[in-house]
Ligand binder design. Structure first.
Ligand code: ISE
Length: 337
């Protein structure tokens, strides 16, 4: 290994702050060199306990800074494209939080820019692949021990949504994880998406139809469904049940101390994704750093970002029409095979 990664973290919101603390306190081989946020006070607050890190308001200034040699993008998805192109110009390691970009055309432009560069620099932040149970289910599927995988059932529930979370974001921001998970589990592309809108909760903000039922099909015919329910009130839950020829496997079920007291039994519901996937994020970011120091990426690629963006686009169309919408993908460039 040569030198440490000196990372500019772009965006000091919920995920950005979490990654700054992670890079500063737990990750080996990397340090936070700069934090960029449009809100200067927020950037300053984010570096307050990170010695040597500077606070900036401009992403390009961070990329141009001599002390920066890598970038972690944690702004909302609609802001990713510009900084991704700027970082590819610099030919530095990039960890981009999901979604890569919010639509297939912009994601394809990013793929093309990386192809032109000639090597993979972008790793996309699909952290579920690093969750221990996700990884084990993936291994079980690949081993063939239970025969062929036939159906995947997903539950994805959030307690509530931040202001500005649109109806499309149930697909683009939330179900994008299941698009990646299904592709990860099956090793296949998703060929169609359908969305059913049923009885809505009265707890959803105006403009959001919640919950929604998303139906997917992969190239070999594996069926998957997702209950996306983002105002579930009771806490955070991400779980999957997989049906095989020879059995059924469940992951993401409640775990932790089982307490009996005062005439009741039970445990705690995870409050949010930062807590639920804390360990997965640690493994993900360490994998990115280790691979980046060797000139590689350590996880999902820009192609995965593009393919899931195409699923999101089909999903948003399906939300509007109720139709089964085919996922249209360009040919996979050799760089990603
Ligand atoms: C959020 O952006 C995430 O990535 C979470 O994992 C997901 O559960 C949530 O629905 C998204 O809004």
């Amino acid at each position: 290994m040569t030198e440490n990664l000196r990372v500019a973290v772009i965006g000091a919101g919920r995920m950005g702050i979490d990654h700054i603390q992670r890079l500063h306190r737990r990750i080996h081989g990397a340090k936070v060199a700069a934090v960029v946020d449009i809100d200067q006070d927020r950037a300053r607050a984010a570096v307050a306990d990170v010695p040597g890190a500077i606070a900036l308001t401009d992403g390009q200034a961070a990329l141009d800074h001599p002390d920066v040699n890598a970038v972690l993008i944690a702004t909302p998805g609609f802001l990713h494209e510009e900084i991704l192109h700027a970082a590819l110009e610099k030919d530095i390691p990039i960890l981009c939080e999901k979604p890569l970009t919010p639509d297939a055309d912009s994601a394809w432009r990013v793929v093309q820019a990386e192809e032109k560069l000639g090597r993979q620099r972008i790793q996309v932040g699909f952290m579920r692949r690093y969750d221990a149970e996700y990884a084990q289910l993936g291994e079980l599927i690949r081993s063939g021990e239970l025969g062929e995988l036939l159906v995947l059932h997903h539950q994805h529930r959030n307690p509530n949504t931040p202001p500005g979370f649109t109806n499309e974001m149930l697909i683009n921001d939330s179900v994008v994880h299941e698009f990646d998970a299904v592709r990860f589990f099956t090793g296949e592309e998703i060929t169609s998406v359908q969305v059913r809108l049923g009885k809505p909760t009265r707890n959803a903000p105006a403009g959001q139809h919640d919950p929604q039922h998303v139906l997917l099909e992969t190239s070999s015919g594996v069926l998957a469904d997702v209950e996306i329910y983002v105002n579930a009130q009771y806490g955070y839950e991400v779980a999957t049940q997989a049906s095989f020829e020879q059995g059924v496997v469940s992951i993401g079920n409640d775990s932790g101390p089982y307490v009996r007291t005062q005439g009741r039994w039970g445990g705690k519901v995870t409050p949010g994704f930062v807590e639920r996937f804390a360990a997965a994020y640690d493994v993900e970011i360490q994998a990115w750093v280790d691979a980046a120091l060797e000139g590689r990426i350590g996880g999902p690629s820009a192609w995965d970002g593009y393919a899931t963006a195409a699923c999101c686009e089909a999903g948003v169309e399906a939300q509007k029409t109720g139709a089964k919408v085919p996922v249209r993908l360009n040919e996979k460039p050799a760089l990603y095979s």
